[in-house]
Ligand binder design. Structure first.
Ligand SMILES: Nc1ncnc2c1ncn2[C@@H]1O[C@H](COP(=O)(O)OP(=O)(O)O)[C@@H](O)[C@H]1O
Ligand SMILES: [Mg+2]
Length: 490
């Protein structure tokens, strides 16, 4: 121990290991050494090497948080808003926009059911409205997750079809902006003319999980937005309950997004944590104290104790909204989101949430953007038309599954999708054959690799793909049409 400080009931220990050692700790052992039975009273922040600050609180410092205000959710000059705070009272900031590079952001929220994803989404949407960002929202839980948001965003949907139509519209806006900006000789986005456009998909696992009807096309659209949206002011936010990244359209879809995006991890299931470490999102050796379901204290009670049955865990406060902001400067320091609306269920819409949104109308797209966004934007105030567009898309999609391929009323461009086969090929050779059928003309190994990796399955490398080509051609499953060029066999 190198220093000790205390103020009121809060004690802070500074500790370090010997030079050459890396500090490791186990929270349970530490609590045992300090004779503390409630581990949520203890916070450990390390510098990743030799030093750590151990803070001991009289009770969990994040047990109660204050309500969010519109002030919290107004961007500062670095494009950040306050979403909550850490155990030491330090505000936790999330970047909605990067004014220095002009980059639109990508946002990811992970957590199990009830962890507080949708409220965090709601908090972001409120911030978008306050800051003049145009929001497209699809609530894939049939509109149940963020009911207050429905009339507070520029474009709203609650079905899988609408999610796709929203994504297509946003991709078209991004593409049109690219063309428009390059004509103007601009290479980045500046706030002030076109608004930022953010697409939010809550419960996106429903769209991306294996067997979901639009998994493949959704994956491609999301990738495309992640790729092209950033420099033209089009961002994307995904909130998902997932135990495995594979459930979200294949891990490479999200890996790049996660590395550069604003990532918030709420209460999780165990397997996702291993993946985050494996994917390099969490430094190995760093540990995140798991977030318990509630803050019930473990008390040993004798069965002969008369008061035994009185206080089961019933009244223990929940941990909803507790999280780690993995992309921040303090990825391993637990934070808690500000309170957004009532914790207890409300009948109907939550007045507190509506008040945060405010009375002003949501920011809309400009004329050129609106045109690029197409029908779904033109008919945004007409629920019957939107339903008809969804129905048309569904039918068109089913038809394209059966062989015909056209976007019919929906501008799918080159994003027109092969759609998920009901039984997805899993071996590399089957995936190659399936991918080749989608190729327009003869293709080389690298294009084949791209096609295979776009099918939503496990990522493969060039070597294994290349190795399969000759045997497949020998068997007549594909045809070799030139040096290093292959075409589907008839
Ligand atoms: N920031 C928050 N402020 C107030 N209540 C919250 C907050 N986060 C979560 N809650 C409470 O927890 C419940 C579940 O949160 P929700 O966001 O719907 O979880 P998820 O979307 O992860 O399933 C909410 O209905 C609400 O009662
Ligand atoms: Mg939810």
């Amino acid at each position: 121990m190198t220093a000790l400080a205390a103020l009121d009931d809060v004690i802070e220990l500074e500790v370090e290991t010997d030079p050459g050692d890396v500090l490791h700790y186990n929270l349970k052992n530490l609590c045992s050494a300090l004779d503390i039975t409630d581990p949520t009273r203890v916070a450990v922040d390390t510098d990743g090497l030799r030093r750590a600050l151990i803070t001991i609180y009289p009770s969990n410092p994040l047990a109660v948080v204050r309500a969010a205000t519109r002030q919290d959710l107004t961007m500062d000059r670095w494009g950040r808003i306050t979403i909550g705070y850490h155990h030491n009272g330090k505000p936790c900031k999330k970047r909605l926009f990067d004014p220095i590079t002009g980059s639109a952001q990508r946002f990811l929220l992970f957590g199990t059911t009830g962890a507080g994803k949708s409220r965090a989404v709601q908090q972001d949407l409120i911030a978008e409205k306050i800051n003049g960002i145009c929001s497209f929202l699809c609530d894939l839980k049939e509109g149940q997750s963020v009911p207050e948001a429905k009339t507070q965003v520029a474009l709203y949907g609650d079905s899988q079809e609408m999610a796709i139509l929203l994504l297509i519209a946003a991709v078209n806006v991004a593409h049109a902006r690219m063309k428009r900006y390059s004509r103007m000789g601009r290479n980045s986005f500046v706030l002030g003319e076109d608004p930022l456009l953010h697409v939010t998909l809550d419960e996106v696992n429903r769209l991306l999980e294996k067997g979901a009807p639009y998994r493949a096309i959704a994956t491609r659209l999301i990738k495309e937005l992640g790729r092209t949206g950033r420099s033209v002011g089009v961002g994307i936010r995904l909130a998902a309950q997932a135990s495995h990244l594979e459930e979200l359209g294949g891990s490479d879809t999200l890996r790049a997004m996660m590395k550069e995006g604003e990532v918030v991890l709420l209460r999780w299931s165990s397997s996702i944590m291993k993946q985050l470490v494996a994917d390099g999102l969490l430094p190995t050796g760093e540990q995140l104290l798991p977030i318990p379901k509630n803050l019930a204290k473990k008390v040993l009670r004798s069965q002969f104790d008369a008061a035994w049955e009185d206080d089961l865990d019933e009244g223990a406060p929940g941990t909803q909204g507790m999280a780690y902001h993995l992309s921040s400067d303090n990825p391993t320091s637990q934070m808690r989101h500000l309170r957004v609306g009532s914790i207890a269920p409300t009948r109907g819409l939550d007045p507190e949430i509506l008040a945060l949104y405010g009375d002003e109308p949501p920011t809309e797209l400009g004329e050129a953007d609106g045109e690029a966004a197409g029908d779904v934007w033109a008919y945004r105030h007409d629920p019957d038309m939107l339903r008809a567009l969804c129905e048309a898309f569904r039918e068109e999609f089913l038809l394209s599954q059966q062989g015909g391929k056209s976007g019919g009323g929906v501008d799918l461009d080159e994003l027109d999708d092969d759609g998920p086969a009901p039984a997805r090929p899993t071996t590399i050779s089957d995936r190659i054959v399936a991918a080749m059928r989608e190729a327009e003309g003869p293709v080389g190994a690298e294009e084949i690799l791209d096609l295979v990796n776009a099918d939503g399955g496990k990522e493969v490398k060039l070597g294994p793909v290349r190795n399969q080509l000759k045997p497949l051609a020998d068997k007549g499953r594909i045809a070799r049409v030139g040096h290093g060029l292959y075409a589907p066999a008839h």
